[in-house]
Design a binder for this molecule. Structure first.
Ligand code: C5P
Length: 220
C-alpha cells in the first residue's frame, strides 16, 4: 500500500458505462471505455487513498490495489455507492445511462412477422451524482462530477454543477471529432463555484494525476 497525502482517506470512484437490459441478450449502453475513471482510481490510490472502484461493464480492466465492485445497471451502481459510504471524496466518472427500459422481457424478443418493431418504454434512472451531493451528514467532503458535452461545454457544465449540487465538475468535450471517448487523451475544464479552469489536452493518466493532486490539497 502506498503512503501519501491521502493515506487514511476513502475515495469512491464510479467508472465505465452502465448496461440497461432490453431482454436477456440485448441492452442499451454507451461508448464509455472506463479509461478515465480507472486512471483516477489509480492516481488516488497512488496518493495513499483507499479506493472503492464501482465500475459498469467497461472495456478496460479495473486497476490493482483498489476494492472493485462490478455492476451492470445504474440502479446497481447507486446501491454499490451507497454500500461503500462513508467516503471523504466521491468522483463520479461513470457514464450512467439516463434511462432504463421498464418493459424489458425475461425472454428474448422475437420478430412477430407483422413488421412492427417493439416499443421500448423507458423510465429515468436515479441520478447518483445528484443524490450523493445532497446526502447531508453522509455527504463526502468533496463530490466531483463529470460532464460529457458536445457543445457549449463550459456553459452547460456550469449549469450542471449547480443542478447536481456537486463541488467540481470535470467537463470534457466528447464531440465525435475530439477522439475523447475510447481514446487516450482528454481535454478538460474544471468547473468550481469560483470559476472555470481549462487544462491543456493531455493523456487521461495526466488528467487523473492532476485531479488527484488537487483533491488531496482540498482534503488536507
Ligand atoms: O447529466 P449528466 O449525465 O451529463 O451528468 C454527468 C455526471 O453525472 C457524471 O458525473 C455522471 O457520473 C453522473 N451521473 C450519475 N447518475 C446518473 C447520471 C449521471 O451519477 N444517472
Amino acid at each position: 500500500v502506498q503512503r501519501g497525502p491521502l493515506t487514511g482517506r476513502h475515495a469512491i470512484v464510479t467508472s465505465g458505462p452502465t448496461h440497461e437490459p432490453i431482454d436477456p441478450v440485448r441492452y442499451i449502453a454507451n461508448r464509455s471505455s472506463g479509461a478515465q475513471g480507472r486512471a483516477i482510481a489509480e492516481a488516488l490510490r497512488d496518493l495513499g487513498a483507499r479506493v472503492t472502484f464501482v465500475s459498469g461493464p467497461a472495456s478496460v480492466a479495473p486497476p490493482d490495489g483498489v476494492d472493485v465492485v462490478q455492476v451492470e445497471t445504474a440502479r446497481e451502481m447507486r446501491d454499490a455507492v451507497e454500500a461503500a459510504l462513508p467516503a471523504d471524496v466521491a468522483v463520479m466518472a461513470a457514464a450512467v445511462a439516463d434511462w432504463r427500459v421498464t418493459n424489458a422481457t425475461d425472454q428474448k424478443m422475437k420478430k412477430d412477422g407483422s413488421g412492427q418493431p417493439p416499443a421500448l418504454e423507458m423510465a429515468e434512472n436515479p441520478d447518483i451524482l445528484a443524490w450523493v451531493s445532497r446526502l447531508g451528514l453522509k455527504r463526502p467532503e468533496l463530490v466531483v462530477g463529470f460532464a460529457a458535452e458536445t457543445d457549449d461545454v463550459v456553459e452547460n457544465a456550469t449549469a450542471k454543477r449547480r443542478r447536481k449540487g456537486c463541488d467540481w465538475i470535470v467537463a470534457n468535450d466528447v464531440s465525435p471529432d475530439s477522439g475523447v471517448m475510447g481514446g487516450p487523451q482528454n481535454t478538460v475544464t474544471i468547473i468550481r463555484e469560483t470559476g472555470a479552469d481549462s487544462w491543456p489536452r493531455m493523456p487521461k493518466a495526466d488528467v487523473a494525476i492532476r485531479l488527484a493532486r488537487e483533491i488531496s490539497e482540498v482534503l488536507q
